[in-house]
Design a protein around this ligand. Sequence first.
Ligand code: TSJ
Length: 381
Amino acid sequence: MEKFEHEYKADQIQVLEGLEAVRKRPGMYIGSVSARGLHHLVYEIVDNSVDEALAGYCKNIHVTIEKGNIIRVEDDGRGIPVDIHPKTKISAAETVYTVLHAGGKFGGDSGYKVSGGLHGVGSSVVNALSTWTEVTIQRDGGIYKMSFERGKTVNSLKKIGDSNKTGTMVRFLADDTIFETLNYEYEILENRLREMAFLTKGLRITLTDEREETPKKSDFCYEGGLVSFVEYLNKNKEKLNTKPIYIEKNGEIPIEIAIQYTTSYSENIYSFVNNINTIEGGTHLEGFKRALTKVFNDYARSHNILKEKDSNLQGEDIREGITAVISVKVKEPQFEGQTKTKLGNSEVTGAVQSVMNEELSAFLEENPSVAKSVLEKCISA
Ligand code: TSJ
């Protein structure tokens, strides 16, 4: 069905109102306008490239802090589609960048797609909160460019040359009339990008700081994924199991878990949903803890480490000295809690529990020495 001219106009007005709302209440979309919110802009853009990596098409992401606190993010994915969107009559790329929540609405059913980012707001919000933005796309044999100022299109997508490569590059300058500071902290970006690299095994992420006379550079790529993550967390600790326990299941709810016990008394469990650190835990962590307690108790009973008269081992005792990372992908995550970092989806508990019950009990049967040293420590606690 064709649309009348005035209806397009209505669509466009809505687009502008959408991004104006972001500029009026930035906190609603990115949490705050402090340094924290500023760094969040970078994560929102990088998340798009990570999604492309999760879909299986991107191997490298380069993040650069240019002089003047301009951020540049480049990937070697397929490039944002440049075809004309049938409804808005503008390119898909420009739609992604100007329509609130438009991110991820196209791309069909190819590959696994989940919403990323703490607030999952997408690139249009970064656009709205930037003094200027420049997007360069290489795909379909061409190189395409578009630019924006404070969320408004300055130059629509235009082919500017030929290219036999594919990928997306975004450069933006955050708006200093919105943010309290534009000063990016290298270490904050470095920590988050390292974490993202751990969470997506095989993906290479680099960070370069060109603001200094001698540029700083970090390069993260972990073939071991979560296994590398717990090894990193435990690097200065004495281990009970030298090789971390690794559990992976790619079902309806993809689940990845790595566990390594140390001789320390602390409990170090990090949980993620769609690459977001769920600081307040939630249903995935609940499933993990329940299964851990059950599997170790069952093992201790069936191997006569716990006698009939003995009472069950407490969960907190079994978690003494544990370092674990749990990463799940949930299609429609419900976040709860004070900081909206607590997973609420009840179906996740059982999914994590059942894969843990299966694979952890098998691991303990195959590695009795690990089971024994963990249980000995636990019983002495
Ligand atoms: F959104 C954005 F502009 F912020 C942005 C997107 C920024 C950066 C640095 C990268 C990206 C991005 C998007 N990288 N790769 C993609 N991929 C897609 O958008 C894409 C490509 C192909 C297809 C397809 O079905 O052919 C679908 C999608 C979603």
